[in-house]
Design a protein. Sequence first.
Length: 201
Amino acid sequence: MTELLDLSNVQPGFSDPVLDAQACFRKTLDALSRPGTVQALDIASAPAPLNLASAGLALTLMDFDTPIYLSESLNTDALKSWLRFHCSAPITTVPREASFAFLQEGDDWPALDEFHPGDAKYPDTSTSLIIQLSALTGGPEVTFEGPGIETSVGVSPMGIPASFWTERTENVADFQLGVDCYLTAENQVIGLPRTTRTTHI
C-alpha cells in the first residue's frame, strides 16, 4: 500500500528553485574543495528539526535516487514528509543503504563502519554524513590537512564526540574509500571530505 503524506504543514523550499539551488550548489562544492572553510547557505526557512544549512544541502544534493538515514531526534513525520515532497527521497533505517545520513548532536550515532564506504570502482557511492551541531566554533580544536588546504587549518566544532575522530581516521584509511561529511550549524557548513586528514587536539 502506498504511504500517504500529510502535506498540510510542509514548509517551502528555495524561494527561487533554480537560482537558489545553483548558488547553494556552488557553495557546497566550495565547502568540500576547501575543507575547513565556513560557507553560508542562503535559505530562508527550514523544517524543524533541520537547521538552515542542512535543509539547503538536502534541497541541493538529494533526489529520488538517494536514500536518507535520519538519527533518532530527526526521524519525525514532518521532516520525512518535507524530504519526500521536496526531494522525492526515500527514507531508510539501515545506515549502509543510505546515500545521505543526517546525524544530530546528542543522538546515538551508528558507528561509521555501518555506513557505506564506497568501493574501488565506485567510491562516490559512499554515504555522505550531514552532522547538525549547535555551533561550528567553541569546541575542541581539530586540525585539517590535505587536498584543498595550503598547509593546515584548525576548526573547533561543538558537539562532536572525541570518539568520532578516531573512528573517522580508521574509516578513511583506505585511499578513495570512506564517508564524506558536512558539519552544519544555523546556515553555515564546513566540508570534511574523505581525503582530509584530521588531528584531534
